[in-house]
Ligand binder design. Sequence first.
Ligand SMILES: C[S@@+](CC[C@H](N)C(=O)[O-])C[C@H]1O[C@@H](n2cnc3c(N)ncnc32)[C@H](O)[C@@H]1O
Length: 251
Amino acid sequence: MNNKTNRFENLTFDDFRKLATDPKLSRHEKVGFPDSYREGKEDDIFQDICGKLTNLSLPGKKVLEIGPGCSELPVMLAQLCERNGGQLIFVDSDEMLTFLPQAGHITKYAGTFPAALGNDLGNWVGKTDAILAYSVIQYIFTEGNLWSFVDHCLSLLADSGEILFGDVPNITMRKRFFASAAGEAVHRDYTGSDKKPEVIFNQLESGQMDDSVVLGILARARAQGFHAWVMPQAKTLPMANRREDILIRKP
Ligand SMILES: C[S@@+](CC[C@H](N)C(=O)[O-])C[C@H]1O[C@@H](n2cnc3c(N)ncnc32)[C@H](O)[C@@H]1O
């Protein structure tokens, strides 16, 4: 890890546990983001989430957040659920969960999803109204079994239940952007040089989610009887030019 950006690359669940306990890091850095990516942006991000995961705004809903981390986003979610008389489950490492609020409507499970829920998982099958995993599934893709993770999430949904796999980094989307005039302009501003960004489409991209994975999630969910869409992030969001969201709904 040579610099600040590199220390946030290729993180594992255990790496996040270490970041969470490092007192020198800000709450954004503890969840793997340089401050510049998140500071002052969380209200916009939460608004974007609520515009997609519409069940969050309805009364009395059962909500699960997988990988909430310890930024303000899960705090905002906890407040929204409380106002709406909903129940909220957080699943993440103990090190992350300790930063999150304690309240009667919140249950915390320490560990990875779905294993952390143990026998309680069955209580939520077919009964969950909203599942949020924001900036999380890329880590399941590299470290776990993405298809098992997706299927477990699908199995939990109640009728009309929704899943938002948000803030998904898609390397092909990133390449499309940096191959465009808009991407070149962003690159010029960022680097201060006229050199064009290097974009190579036909090479191995180990560990990177791409169109095939994003569209594969849609295809799998749809084949199993769920509606599923890829949605753009609001343009005000810090990584909207290279990340997108997946929304799934049980009809
Ligand atoms: C990049 S952070 C995102 C945190 C938060 N959702 C946000 O956007 O601010 C990824 C989070 O996912 C958690 N995580 C990774 N794999 C997980 C798993 N299998 N189950 C639950 N949490 C997981 C990490 O501990 C970390 O808190």
